[in-house]
Ligand binder design. Sequence first.
Ligand SMILES: Cc1ncc(COP(=O)(O)O)c(C=O)c1O
Length: 309
Amino acid sequence: MDQKLQSFSIFTFNDISGLSGNSQAFKRTKVAIQFYNGEFLPREAIKFSIDDVGILRGYGIFDFMRVIEGVPVFLENHLDRFENSAAVIGMELPFSREKIRSVIYELIKVNALPLGYIKLLMTGGVTPDGFAPGKPNLAVLNDVLENNAQKCYDEGTTLMTHDYTRDFPTSKTTGYVQAVKLLPQWRKDGHFDVLYHTAGTVTELSRSNIFFFKGDKLITNENVILKGISRMKVLEVAGGMFETEIRDFTLDELREADEVFMTSTNRRVMPVIKLDDQSIGKGKVGENCKKLLKAYDEFVMAYVCANKV
Ligand SMILES: Cc1ncc(COP(=O)(O)O)c(C=O)c1O
């Protein structure tokens, strides 16, 4: 066993009160505690089997939320989506929603990170025959959240475009092969990410949803995408500020937009100023996008204040 690991005790789910009592010891070591299949343990101690169909066949899902000042932001929406992601690909959660929720709060309490994330990760489990799923494995991970560079918000980002349709777009599966494959290319060309389209109809980025302004009208799509929690909340915030429209749109239309931005849990409302080699609008971050980012951040902080325990 790893030397460092020997200094940690492993707690079972039933020992949850004991874990809280030992939180000082964990904080001193600065190793965040995680949850895996009923046990609380340090990250390095989580071991997935090489016979897990999550690894062998890519059969797995996850979800990701921010934790601000101890509050898991939009927790119930993320739990809804996690359950939906599982249902879409025919997986069953090994723990109840109540149990997962209480694990999340316990990790947040014991790790006490000022700005963190919670990631739920479920894989198909150890296969009996190299293909069929076994008993699902569930990890709940909590660690420090790295913020995106302010430069992305001040100067805007640029995207490459690519014709690709994800398998099971409404499920947050662990299958990101296409995006990982494209990463060196978009980096080489100085882009921030990839925007997918299906024969010219825009869908989403590798890990974000897409919006645009035409004048003061805000437009986004709803088909063949992962319905982002940030997308849902941005639409709620924007509803009080702009006329909004939900419909399919093409890459050509997006290129003619006045402002474009992406949304995701960690990127919030992030401006896009260029698609491939073509500038969007005035080629700089637009005023509507700035207003919406500010309003969205305020909306999140209002949620945090209202949900502090
Ligand atoms: C494919 C895809 N679309 C959209 C999103 C944005 O979702 P959310 O706003 O819930 O972070 C993600 C998040 O990772 C994603 O992977």
